[in-house]
Design a protein around this ligand. Structure first.
Ligand code: NAD
Length: 738
């Protein structure tokens, strides 16, 4: 038989080498054809008496990225189509379809001949489950080895035996963390957890795997033999009684029960570990079929897998622009942000000129890369040579002339128009005429900053988030005169540094900063309403936000919020309506100098890494009402509705133009409750009419800031959703956009 996705060669010792190498794809993924062929390959190995065992490896740099999630989407579509006509048949078809891979892996595991996985690089999801079903695993010992089961991150859990095999192979606590957090393991950690047996250099990987078969790999798994014991002992044992209540508590603390994927994972492990393997896999499959049907999984797959992939592939790049090769970039300002941008750029192999006011300040910015690399070396993630190579790419200087051959210059000096104007002029005086100039401003409109430029067509916003090395999102801001060429350059650069871009039109605060401010503001308004501070903070986390609004206010800095409020007051003059927000911020910032984390006191008191709510909040806002005067569900909703409503307004104003960008941007940019799929998916799931009703209810109860905008009212009337009315568009044109 010939295979489309695999090759099968048997050597003189009777060891088959199965090489997975899908034609026309840069990465192996598990789709229907791969499942068919894997099934047939197991049969072929078993049927051929000359074959003693088989090694499975990949012909690509990575082993596999895992299952093709669009295949699951197809299964679900079929289920929803048939379930009213034939509910039982539809449910069975969904279960059968979603457990097919699990059954193939079990067949491999029990086929009687040894299979060894030779994992030559990234191995994710269904690929890790394939490796675990094999009878032994060898991992490449260099940095390209990454092993993970990231399914929980898209609202699912590993449904092809992953939950059952991991927990039968490794220590319970480490295994549970690996599964619940969707961690990625390096080779050393995977070996310490016994999830791989050996490591080998890339060149010797397959030979090492073959050698294992020659020296004897047991084709019968320990759990298929009599007397098998779980690594941590049975669930109903003194150790189990210590482990499981704690696991349940940690699950609740980490997820606030918002993620059915994590809940079903825990149930699947708990029930499965009490059963023999075949039944355990059946339990896992049933929960997997359940989780597939949850709206959380659908929303997360759409935003965090499909849309994110499309944005990463630059779905919004103007198609008529030639690709840019970026060799060197300049960064103005080697402060907190500039230093981070220099690091991620050098990490992508691009040379950097890092400029500050004097050599000392520039060197300080470069030292940030030194520190990050030192940490990476300590954790075994980088070598001394890599550090030296990266540092050699960063030219720290105060000399603007070095910008002469940069393709792109990113400005990250103080958030001050005049300072920004001066550096723009200085840089443009030496830059190549075709080079692009970008500002990392967080709030100042790009069109107005471009007034300082002689080449406003080449002027664009590239807004990073802090800490730059960790945050995956970059917001690109198109000014009124920004050209398609500038947009293409910005997007090509973001792709090169492996971050996810969204493209927005110019306005004060753009998308992310504007919505974040509404979340913080709502927290302050709640304080003014008499909601206890701890209740506000917990409700924020229970709603799915990474931190409460008061905590976020402290991180962003309260004096900055006060500056913004004061500037708005000045701009609006008599039209400005003073509210409780002004009083709280004035009391905190002007009277008590509580600026937030940066000076160790805000709504929290900070002592090193520890923080506790400041008891003096009552002096600023008065004694809170009793907690049971408020409905916690309503508080959670207020916090999410306010952000979603602001997003809808930004969409109506044409600052945001793509539903995917609104959703992905909200999750990656400010951690908007990921289980919802993002700000606009949150509205769509509730239904626009119900959302508008809720806004109206909140307007009556809490004030006019909840008034639904025209677009939402129109959509509610016409019974439209965001994804229905605005199906994701393709490329964007800077000229059309602005
Ligand atoms: P920062 O104060 O840490 O750094 C600013 C740096 O610019 C300093 O090192 C300063 O010496 C340098 N600088 C000032 N004038 C200069 C000049 N004339 N020539 C060269 N260098 C000069 O500030 P930051 O937090 O890094 O913010 C920089 C920019 O990034 C601001 O526009 C800010 O709004 C934006 N931003 C900040 C964040 C954040 O979280 N801090 C996030 C996104 C965007």
């Amino acid at each position: 038989m010939t295979y489309k996705n695999f090759t099968l060669e048997t050597d003189a010792d009777g060891i088959a080498l199965i090489t997975w190498d899908m034609p026309g794809k840069s990465m192996n993924v598990i789709d229907m054809s791969v499942m068919d062929e894997l099934d047939a390959l197991v049969d072929a190995v078993v049927a051929d008496a000359a074959i003693k065992g088989a090694v499975i490896t990949s012909g690509k740099p990575a082993f596999t990225g895992g299952a093709d999630l669009t295949m699951l989407g197809g299964l679900l579509k079929g289920y929803h189509k048939d379930r009213t006509k034939d509910p039982e048949g539809a449910a069975r078809a969904l279960l059968d379809g979603s457990r097919r891979l699990s059954l193939i892996y079990r067949k491999l595991e029990t086929c009687g001949k040894p299979f060894v996985a030779a994992i030559n690089g990234t191995c994710m999801g269904g690929g890790t489950e394939l490796a675990l079903a094999c009878h032994a695993r060898v991992g490449v010992e260099d940095d390209s080895f990454k092993m993970g089961l990231p399914e929980v991150k898209v609202g699912l859990f590993p449904g092809a035996g992953g939950t059952q095999r991991v927990m039968r192979m490794t220590d319970g606590q480490a295994g549970m963390q690996f599964l619940l957090q969707g961690q990625t393991l390096r080779a050393a950690k995977a070996k310490a957890m016994k999830l791989i047996d050996e490591t080998a250099p890339a060149k010797k990987l397959v030979d090492t795997a073959k050698k294992l078969i020659k020296t004897g790999v047991d084709p019968v798994k320990p759990w298929d033999k009599k007397g098998f014991k779980l690594p941590n002992g049975p669930i109903y044992s003194p150790a189990g009684f210590q482990f499981w209540p704690a696991a349940n508590a940690i699950y609740r603390r980490e997820t606030c029960d918002n993620y059915p994927g994590a809940r079903y994972l825990l149930q699947s492990v708990y029930e499965g570990l009490q059963l023999p393997m075949d039944l355990a896999l059946q339990v896992e499959s049933r929960y997997f079929a359940h989780v597939l049907q949850t709206p959380e999984a659908a929303a997360m797959i759409r935003s965090l897998f499909v849309s994110m992939q499309e944005l990463n592939k630059l779905a919004r790049r103007p198609a008529d622009q030639r690709p840019n090769k970026i060799r060197k970039i300049g960064i103005l300002g080697a402060g907190f942000m500039g230093a981070g941008i220099a690091y991620v750029t050098a990490q992508a192999g691009i040379n950097v000129v890092l400029i500050d006011r004097d050599q000392e300040a520039a060197d300080k910015g470069k030292a940030h890369s030194d520190q990050l690399m030192a940490k990476a070396i300590q954790r075994g993630r980088a070598t001394e040579a890599e550090k030296e190579k990266l540092l050699a790419r960063i030219d720290a200087t105060a000399d603007y002339d070095r910008l002469a051959d940069c393709d792109l210059v990113i400005e990250a000096v103080f958030e001050d128009r005049e300072v920004k104007r001066v550096v723009t002029e200085k840089a443009e005086a030496v830059m190549k005429p075709r080079a692009i100039y970008a500002s990392n401003t967080s709030t100042l409109p790009i069109t107005s900053l471009a007034e300082a430029s002689k080449r406003p067509k080449n002027f664009i916003g590239i807004h990073f988030f802090s800490p730059v090395d960790k945050m995956m999102l970059v917001e690109v801001i198109v000014g009124r005169k920004t050209s398609d060429r500038a947009l293409a350059m910005a997007l090509d650069y973001i792709k090169a540094i492996r971050k996810t871009p969204i493209v927005v039109n110019d306005s004060r605060g753009f998308y992310t900063s504007r919505v974040v401010m509404t979340y913080i503001r709502e927290g302050l308004m709640m304080l003014a309403d008499g909601v206890p501070a701890a209740m506000i903070e917990n409700a924020g986390k229970m709603a799915g936000m990474p931190v409460g609004p008061l905590s976020l206010g402290d991180e962003v800095a309260l004096d900055l919020a006060w500056k913004i409020v004061s500037a708005t007051r000045k701009d609006l003059g008599v039209a400005y309506v003073e509210g409780p927000l002004d009083n709280i911020l004035e009391e905190m910032v002007v009277k008590r100098e509580r600026f937030g984390r940066k000076n160790g006191k805000g709504f929290y008191d900070y002592a090193g890494r520890d923080k506790a709510l400041w008891p003096g909040i009552v002096e600023v806002v008065g004694k809170p009402k009793p907690a049971d005067a408020f409905n916690v569900e309503e508080i959670k909703q207020r916090l999410l509705v306010m952000q979603a409503l602001e997003t809808a307004r930004i969409f109506e104003e044409n600052c945001l133009t793509d539903v995917r960008e609104a959703d992905v941007g909200s999750i990656l940019g400010f951690g908007f409750a990921p289980y919802t799929g993002g700000t606009l998916s949150y509205i769509d799931r509730m239904g626009t009419a119900a959302f508008v009703d809720l806004c109206r209810k909140f307007t009556r109860k809490w004030g006019p800031r909840f008034k639904p905008n025209r677009l939402l009212r129109e959509m509610a009337k016409a019974n439209e959703s965001f994804y229905g009315r605005f199906p994701p568009a393709g490329e964007v044109k800077a000229r059309d956009a602005a």
